[in-house]
Design a protein around this ligand. Sequence first.
Ligand code: ADP
Ligand code: GLC
Length: 478
Amino acid sequence: MKNILFVSSEAVPFIKTGGLADVAGSLPKAFNKDEFDVRVIIPKYRIIPDHFKQQMQYCTHFYMDLGWQNQYVGILEMQLDGVTFYFVDNEHYFSGDQAYESGLWDLEKFAFFSKAALSCLPAIGFHPDIIHCHDWQTGLVPVYLKNVFNNNDFYWNIKTIMTIHNLKFQGTWDPKTIMGMTGLPAYLFTPDKLEAYKDANYLKGGIVYADYVTTVSDTYAGEIQMPFYGERLDGLMRARNNCLMGIVNGIDYDEWNPETDPMIPYHYNAITFRKEKYKNKCAFQEELGLEVNADKFMIGLVSRLTDQKGLDLVDYVMDQICADDVQFVVLGTGEAKYENMFRYFAWKYPGRVSANIFYSNERSHKIYAACDAFLMPSLFEPCGLSQLMSLRYGTVPIVRETGGLKDTVEPYNEYESTGTGFSFANYNAHEMLNTINYAKHVFYNNKREWHKIIDRGMAKDFSWGSSARRYEDLYRML
Ligand code: ADP
Ligand code: GLC
């Protein structure tokens, strides 16, 4: 039996801001339970829904040094779908209105979390063979493990994996402040270790000290070794190239299942979608106050509203996208300029554009089920889960060929009748617009072909199965 500990700043169903939560919450369920005991540790945020908090059981508590401070660490525990989740309790750090707040405060919070996740292991009686860390928030785990916990034999043969879900976020601040705050030794703050471009860098520390580094698609694993996508760490990624691998994400096929999904009004599958899926569209049009018309081409977009997602392209040609024969539904929150842009177009095109500027899991399910096409023109996309959800719901993705989008959406080829979606290569608004118009053309003028695109998309398998086997291979190898 191998013991694995996932350390993550978010995990469904407890707390989610993006795809990281989907991965940290659903991947652990997919491992072979006879061989792997995979457990997950996350912060016990105040904003975790009460009905979960009521199910958590007290495990242990102690006090831990963090730099010059001495902090309370409580550990709670809960089982969900056969997976053990641990929660790090500390009201000073985790009582905010959001999981992520601001710069230095988040750096302190996740330094605390990372060190606490290591410190609690002897007390909770779980000895991991491998600690699997996710993103910058947990970058200090391998750093603490190899440089602070190395004088305690409990920790000697623990291996670490650092999975990069997004290289853009690195967790950086001036080294002196971070040194004092984390209590990490001074020798770590050099350019071959924790420092990058004169700042202390959590993610870099994780990448340098982890035994293995993975990211969430093959294409992104290659891209981050190049300057354009490398976020100034491409040199480091090239240096670690022999311990770097891309493993594409999956999604939870039980939660995301148009046949059983309790959040959508009409159920369907790969055979019945022709007769049933449009009913979800009509119900949704009604709910959103759009013109109720089963034949209208409805495009959906569910996303954090940030530059990463290619929204400046959308902004540039939104008037042309929103032609008479199109409905556009967006769900997302993020940068004010994008929130306001979508609000403006909803005002300009009532009955055609619906701007849902908030977070709602239920509404996201309805968009995946109701829309004909799903737009994801990302500037970069480590993996992307929304396009996988769309494929699962028979909603045709329109994507830019980058990262995981390139690895999971096969472009439609009308001559060979292949492909599961539409894609374009260059980060160019008119190339995107042409691709949307091409999709619209097939939708309106060649329904049989459109349905065959859906057939092929729904036949794809993006459940965790094969990717979980690849992580298992990696765990065995380490
Ligand atoms: P990222 O992790 O970069 O945000 P992904 O495509 O990997 O992108 O994952 C995004 C996840 O967050 C998907 O499950 C998507 O449905 C969900 N999501 C994003 N914005 C919202 C929102 N406003 N309401 C509900 N779900 C959202
Ligand atoms: C990040 C990436 C996204 C990926 C997700 C889960 O948030 O932006 O592409 O799917 O992590 O790995």
